[in-house]
Design a protein around this ligand. Sequence first.
Ligand SMILES: Cc1cc2nc3c(=O)[nH]c(=O)nc-3n(C[C@H](O)[C@H](O)[C@H](O)COP(=O)(O)OP(=O)(O)OC[C@H]3O[C@@H](n4cnc5c(N)ncnc54)[C@H](O)[C@@H]3O)c2cc1C
Length: 474
Amino acid sequence: MHTTILDDLRRALGPEALLTDPADCARYLTDWTGQFRGTALAVVRPASTEAVAAVVKLCAASGVAITPQGGNTGVAGGGVPLGNRPHILLSLDRMKAIRRIDAAARSVTVEAGCVLQQLQEAIAPEGLIFPLMFGARGSCTIGGNLSTNAGGSNVLRYGNTRALCLGIEAVMADGSVVSDLSGLRKDNTGYDLRDLMIGAEGTLGIITAACLRLYPAPVIRATAFLALPDVASALSVLNRLQDASGGLVEAFEYMPAPMMRQICAHHGKRPPMAEPPETGILLELASTRGDDAAPDPEGTPRLQALVTEVLAGLMEEGLVADAVICASEAQRNALWQLREGAAEAIYALKGSYMFDLSLPLAAVADFVAQTDAESRALGFEVYTVAHLGDGNLHYTLAAGAGRDWAALPHTAQIDRILDRVAALGGSFSAEHGIGQAKLPYMPRYRSKARLAAMRAIKGALDPDDLFNPGKTIP
Ligand SMILES: Cc1cc2nc3c(=O)[nH]c(=O)nc-3n(C[C@H](O)[C@H](O)[C@H](O)COP(=O)(O)OP(=O)(O)OC[C@H]3O[C@@H](n4cnc5c(N)ncnc54)[C@H](O)[C@@H]3O)c2cc1C
């Protein structure tokens, strides 16, 4: 039967669309962290929406499951086949076209396999940005970003991927195509399939294209690294900067000393302050207004002068201990390279567990103080990097050099932390999704009613469990 489906796929798509040699398939069948491996009859690489629909129909007819994959940068194991059922891995990596840039409407229609950075470079000459920003942007794809509802460093200002999407085109389990690419800002015609597909991690259909919202490119930025006395001061600092600037804060990223040291050691870089502060914050504001870029009498662009003035006031009040304000694009890039190098530096820690937590903003400071102290007392090292303005903590417990992870009470401490997050009304998966990694937590922390509704949606849209079986829904 497997030879038949492969022959059928070859006939329908052309031989160049199928990879079956294990050496060619290997990089698609292991995730980038090396934690998740799967098997597939073939890696299938359709080049059009019609070809995706043909693949879905052929697989549905022979009961072969489909795992969609974009850039394979996900961290929850969602893009790698799971279980023993015959699978194909459907890679969108040949569907990269930018179909239409509508500069006047500030939207772009793009195929799902387009790499995020390529989209950003293509629209830059129009003076526009697609503001999704994180370290994997050179490899992750729009389809993967939508399917994980990716977040990143600029959510504070622009929202997550869901907020950036005007409509999608997707292939459903029967091979039909739903298309909603007209860029409408308003369309209340019943259930919103776009919102169902976003964050579904490839369990409800294959996203083949999307119409995305664009924003005017900033003409001036103010970027700084701050030392705060403690995490409790952070919210006041953020709110004061927002109020003074009219909401121009784009990033407010927590990079405490242990994390900064680990990033610098891993990438061979220097920290922005000789002695990394316990509560370090990467701050960025951006403005599209020409007068914010105009120099003040000292020659400093107005936005940067404003940020300097606000920070000086916050220092006098004791809410900021120290600040390094970037004086050049090179300094800004150096700071962002440190921030975007965090994920690799964390995954390089042998014997560790990374949480992707979200908490109500008011609960963050006490959570960090309590959990840091408790975890260290148990013998763990703690590495945190956080989209603090969104209450999203990438919180890592590690054994540290020379220590044995297995000898530490990691299962109990992971459970204790997750229970604490739940008690505070937080989430155990802020932006990375469930995939296979977080599956066991779903029945523990999500209600029976919610899981039943998810199963009903899955059953209605994908009755034969064709798409990404075993993922996301326990
Ligand atoms: C260095 C680094 C930094 C990162 N930082 C962040 C961060 O700050 N914020 C954040 O949110 N994430 C972050 N990530 C995680 C990851 O980059 C995102 O989840 C990204 O959105 C995944 O895109 P992808 O194309 O690689 O998807 P993949 O990994 O290929 O797939 C992810 C999921 O989407 C499904 N999928 C992929 N394409 C489609 C499609 N066309 N149709 C249907 N389903 C599909 C897959 O089946 C899988 O379940 C980071 C990763 C790395 C390596």
